[in-house]
Every structure is written in structure tokens, then in C-alpha cells.
Write a protein that binds this ligand. Structure first.
Ligand SMILES: *Cc1c(COP(=O)(O)O)cnc(C)c1O
Length: 229
């Protein structure tokens, strides 16, 4: 199936159940993004700052770009003028840096806190206790140019569906608790981003309302990086 056909069928599937679809275009050329764009898709995700900036510059300006990969503090300035959401916030220090550059750009930037749920060393994210500590901190209370919209998590990359299900169940339960404790009167805390191509159906069953799909839409990624650097 073509990119356009893939995205049309996934959009139908996700819209019916009120799940947002982020088309993850990392490593894929702008032509592929445009093919998806012309079906009406506007939410796209990238995991590298340089690639995100280059695609932003070349593509229609009504695309809403989500950063979904690890973000170094010194690179926030490149995306702060235009990024729609940063899903990969994994420290207070990074949040403070995002806040600083959002203020410079006269913006409020939507963020998700990335929570560590996988049984792997390689995944970035905050532990449950660290999320609570961050939200309770005085430093956090001072940040007027970021908006926490919810949480994001990546399950273990495994064929063990029970494990994936348990990890997403845990994050959904945690999300509900955080909503109750810190954002009860805040309607904007509404996003639980869980699910990639291999596991999005499980994630949605467990309560995800935002999925991040790459290979299901654009096909397998052959090269690791878009550019040779
Ligand atoms: C690459 C990536 C995805 C999409 O992966 P697929 O398996 O191709 O759907 C989703 N989330 C994050 C954080 C990613 O880095």
C-alpha cells in the first residue's frame, strides 16, 4: 500500500476512537511527508533536532511538528520558534531551558513528560517518583512559558505482549493519578502518548489517546540517519 493509503486507513481507525495520530517521518524524505500531508495529515513527529529543523524549513507551515526524541538543552533554541509539542521532556533542567526559549519567542510550548516504563537501559525518561518530584518543585511552579499537556512512554521492544500491556497499563494508571493530584482543574492535561507501529493496538486498549506511527505509514526505515552525520 502507498503512504497515502496507509495514512487514510490509520486516520479512519484512530479518529473513530478519538486517538491522535502522529506520523513519524524520521529518516524519510520530504516527498514522503508531502504525500501524507496531501491526505490531510498535519501532525508529524521527528526525533532529531537537525532533521526536524530542515523539514520544517522545506515543508508547509501549517504542519504541527512534535519532537519525540531525546532533546539536549543546548539544542532547544533551534526548535523553540516553531515546535508544536515536545514529547520527550525528561528533566527539570530541560523544561527550564524550554521555558527560557519559549519566553524569548513569546510562546507557550506544549510539553509531555516522558516517563520511563521499559525494562531496558537505553530508554530515556523520568521515573514515576521523579515526575512527582518535578511537579511538586518550586522551580516548576515558576515556569510560565511551558504547558504540561500529559505524559509519553515507550514500552519495551519485545514480542511479549503481556509485558507491553502491563507497562502501558501502569503508565495509564499513573497518568490518572497525576491528573487527579496535580491537574484536576486543568483541562489541558489531556494527552497520554503511548504506542508505536508494533504495539499501538495494545497501547490504545490500555488508554492511549495519542499514537506515534512511523513504519506502518512510511515503510521500514533503511538508513538510521536522514543525513550522514
Ligand atoms: C521512531 C519512533 C516512533 C515510531 O516508530 P515505528 O516503530 O516506526 O512506528 C515512535 N516513537 C518514538 C519515540 C520514536 O523514536
Amino acid at each position: 500500500m502507498s503512504i497515502a493509503e496507509n495514512i487514510k486507513s490509520l486516520k479512519k481507525e484512530t479518529e473513530l476512537i478519538h486517538v491522535s495520530l502522529i506520523a513519524v517521518s524520521k529518516t524519510k524524505p520530504v516527498e514522503d511527508v508531502l504525500e501524507a500531508y496531501h491526505t490531510g495529515q498535519r501532525l508529524f513527529g521527528e526525533n532529531m533536532v537537525q532533521e526536524l529543523v530542515e523539514k520544517y524549513e522545506q515543508l508547509p507551515k501549517d504542519i504541527q511538528w512534535h519532537l519525540i526524541g531525546h532533546l539536549q538543552s543546548n539544542k532547544v533554541k533551534y526548535i523553540a520558534p516553531f515546535v508544536s509539542m515536545i514529547q520527550s521532556v525528561d528533566s527539570l533542567k530541560l523544561l527550564q531551558e524550554i521555558n527560557k526559549h519559549a519566553e524569548k519567542n513569546n510562546r507557550i510550548i506544549d510539553c509531555l513528560l516522558q516517563v520511563y516504563i521499559a525494562d531496558e537501559d537505553t530508554k530515556f525518561g523520568l521515573g514515576f517518583d521523579e515526575v512527582i518530584e518535578l511537579l511538586r518543585s518550586e522551580e516548576f511552579a515558576k515556569l510560565g512559558h511551558i504547558k504540561i499537556r500529559g505524559l509519553m512512554g515507550i514500552a519495551t521492544n519485545t514480542d511479549n505482549e503481556k509485558q507491553v500491556k502491563d507497562e502501558y497499563y501502569e503508565l495509564k494508571t499513573f497518568f490518572d493519578g497525576i491528573k487527579q493530584s496535580f491537574f484536576r482543574k486543568d483541562d489541558a492535561f489531556d494527552t497520554l502518548s503511548m504506542g508505536m507501529s508494533a504495539d499501538y493496538k495494545i497501547a490504545v486498549e490500555q488508554g492511549s489517546n495519542m499514537v506515534r506511527l512511523g513504519s506502518t505509514i512510511f515503510g521500514k526505515r533503511i538508513i538510521k540517519h536522514w543525513k550522514n552525520n
